[in-house]
Design a protein around this ligand. Structure first.
Ligand SMILES: O=C(O)CCC(=O)C(=O)O
Ligand SMILES: [Fe+2]
Length: 377
């Protein structure tokens, strides 16, 4: 190991790698207890107040003691080698965190089943499940035969707390009479592929569905399965096959409206179905057929908007795209409400008990838990 002191500090590790550190960055990163709170890992000062040309008075570096610096003002800093190796300044900006992989087929998600007990007990398993979710947009957490699952404990484990919506912390999908329902989800009807809460200006990032009460009749039946399709993969295909339809859906605003008379609220959101970022990448889909209205589309554009929209949905219905989930009690499915559309078939089979609980998570909380699990495991 050799240490070179010049305009910056260089360390050539025995492994052959080189670490480079600016003096101001080293002073800013001082680990001592007058500079930062060891428990909260927060700094007591503002980096903006450091002299830009700060230099060390002395630098000593040894295998036993790591790096020791005495600064011009007499302040002393110590950095263990293990810490220096982890914090070597990169030469290029770090990769952006978000990486979405489109499903090549529905089988992509079939590999994504994680045992409930592992997720509850082990940070590595928890992180694995969440990383799968971030990447593919869907993860299944399943109990072993006869094992009980507490949805509150599981939600707390995954995110600390849920993302509230109009429905509260969660909603239980019980059948309500048609003339007294605030959502047709509370029925046994089929639901077309959709994203949830489209009438919020920012719909929830992630949704969960949990098998609260599911009997054997329901578990064995084709009826009442929930269908999931990767809208991101479909949107990328649409862009290739029919760029004009893609452009129409990315620029045309449609209306999502929900009337909740009992709550004395009418929600309204006017937004495109396909949302792009400044580089033209798909970052969100908003589509909920049962609450969607084309009322604001200019007269001449109406036929083209219907054509583009039905073409997009036909593409989602293509063979091999859908993952159909047969529910078992205790199953938890989390999916990215910005890219995965979900729907279900009608279920009116006699003797069937299928009661799901639904709710939402914000990405910030899931990512924060995943990062903690990763750094702690
Ligand atoms: O019952 C289902 O499978 C899905 C219901 C639904 O769309 C929802 O709760 O958001
Ligand atoms: Fe839904």
């Amino acid at each position: 190991m050799t240490t070179t002191v010049e305009a910056h500090l260089s360390i050539n590790w025995d492994s052959g790698e080189t670490g480079r550190f600016h003096w101001i960055w080293l002073r800013d990163s001082c680990l001592c207890e007058t500079c930062r709170n060891a428990f909260a890992k927060q700094k007591y000062f503002d980096a903006a107040t450091l002299p830009l040309d700060i230099r060390p008075r002395t630098v000593t570096h040894s295998v036993e003691n790591g790096l020791e610096i005495v600064w011009e003002d007499g302040h002393e800093s110590r950095y263990p080698d293990s810490w220096l190796r982890e914090h070597s300044t990169p030469t290029a900006p770090g990769r952006p965190e978000r990486r979405w992989s489109p499903w090549s087929s529905a089988e992509t998600v079939a590999d994504g089943t994680f045992p409930h007990a592992d997720v509850m007990a082990d940070y590595k398993a928890l992180n694995g499940a969440l990383e799968h979710l971030f990447r593919y947009g869907l993860v299944v957490i399943r109990t072993a035969e006869g094992e009980a699952a507490d949805p509150d404990a599981l939600c707390a484990r995954l995110a600390g707390f849920v993302d509230r919506s109009y429905f509260g912390e969660y909603f239980d999908l019980e059948v309500k009479p048609d003339d007294r329902t605030d959502s047709i989800s509370f029925s046994t009807r089929q639901l077309p592929l959709h994203t949830d809460i489209p009438y919020y200006s920012t719909p929830p990032d992630y949704q969960f569905l949990f098998g609260l009460e599911v009997n054997d009749v329901a578990a064995a039946s084709q009826e009442g399965r929930t269908r999931f399709v990767d809208g991101l993969a479909a949107a990328l295909n649409l862009r290739e096959r029919d760029p004009e339809a893609f452009a129409v859906l990315a620029r045309t605003e449609v209306i999502y409206r929900a009337e909740y008379a009992a709550a004395e609220k009418i929600y309204h959101n006017q937004t495109p179905i396909i949302h792009l970022d400044h580089e033209g990448e798909v970052v969100r889909l908003v589509n909920n057929p049962t609450k969607m209205f084309f009322d604001n589309v200019p007269f001449d554009e109406v036929p083209g908007v219907y054509r583009a929209y039905s073409g997009f949905k036909a593409l989602m219905d293509e063979e091999g795209r859908a993952y159909h989930h047969s529910w078992r009690q205790g199953d938890m499915i989390i999916f990215d409400n910005r890219r995965i559309l979900h729907g279900r078939s009608e279920f009116d089979k006699s003797g069937m008990r299928r009661k799901l609980r639904g709710g939402y998570f914000s990405e910030v909380e899931l990512r924060a838990r995943a990062r903690y699990a990763d750094e702690t495991a």
